[in-house]
Design a binder for this molecule. Structure first.
Ligand SMILES: CC(C)(COP(=O)(O)OP(=O)(O)OC[C@H]1O[C@@H](n2cnc3c(N)ncnc32)[C@H](O)[C@@H]1OP(=O)(O)O)[C@@H](O)C(=O)NCCC(=O)NCCS
Length: 181
């Protein structure tokens, strides 16, 4: 982990910093808008919003929002999206530090499974694996050629088998354009 990076809980007071990080990382306003919507979305609660600083500069942000599984499974679920690091500060361990810290805090909070739609080459380094292996579908259909991009990480032992279920995400994330990897 990079010791120069300070990670804090980022909320309303840090919204300007969060938006600036999202805009710089994605070069569009889409993820910044999504993040603002999620931070104000009751169906996304509980939320874990972590903001990374290098000295006083906001350089990275990650959001984990509440999700559920269809049916009664008794599992606490969280969804990672988005993750953003300002281009000038990428490849210095900031993204990894945010993901590791988030997973650690979620584990402490009793979350059982964290989902993400992203690049498997990046997220497998944190122990994420394809969710289809557990029969757990994304809120929207993911094309077969991208099926490995819908991933989960179990934060507790003993999660195995075929759930034959689907993830229900926060309302703000229920838009098809967020699910075409
Ligand atoms: C993806 C992102 C968050 C990574 O942040 P970061 O701080 O650069 O990541 P780290 O420094 O912890 O890790 C860097 C490593 O990840 C690799 N990496 C970064 N993005 C990757 C990707 N999309 N696919 C595969 N590997 C990737 C880098 O090549 C580097 O590899 P190395 O350790 O072998 O040198 C950052 O590149 C970013 O904000 N990108 C634009 C927004 C985005 O795509 N977000 C992800 C949405 S799911």
């Amino acid at each position: 982990m990079n010791n120069d990076i300070q990670i804090i809980h980022g909320g309303e007071q840090q919204l300007g910093h969060i938006v600036s990080v999202e805009q710089a990382a994605f070069e569009t306003n889409e993820e910044a808008e999504l993040t603002k919507n999620l931070l104000a979305d009751p169906s996304a609660t509980p939320i874990l919003s972590l903001l990374a600083y290098k000295q006083d500069t906001p350089v990275g942000h990650v959001l984990f929002t509440h999700a559920e599984l269809e049916g009664e499974h008794g599992l606490q679920i969280s969804l990672l999206a988005p993750l953003a690091v300002v281009p000038a500060y990428q490849k210095q361990g900031c993204g990894s530090a945010l993901v590791h810290r988030g997973l650690h805090l979620l584990e402490e909070q009793g979350i059982d499974i964290v989902f993400v739609l992203g690049d498997p080459r990046y997220y497998t380094r944190f122990g994420f694996e394809p969710a289809y292996r557990f029969g757990l579908s994304a809120p929207y259909h993911i094309a077969d050629k991208h099926r490995d991009a819908w991933m989960l990480k179990s934060l507790r032992r003993g999660i195995s088998g075929n759930f034959d279920s689907k993830v229900i995400c926060a309302k703000s994330l229920y838009r098809a354009e967020y699910w075409c990897e």
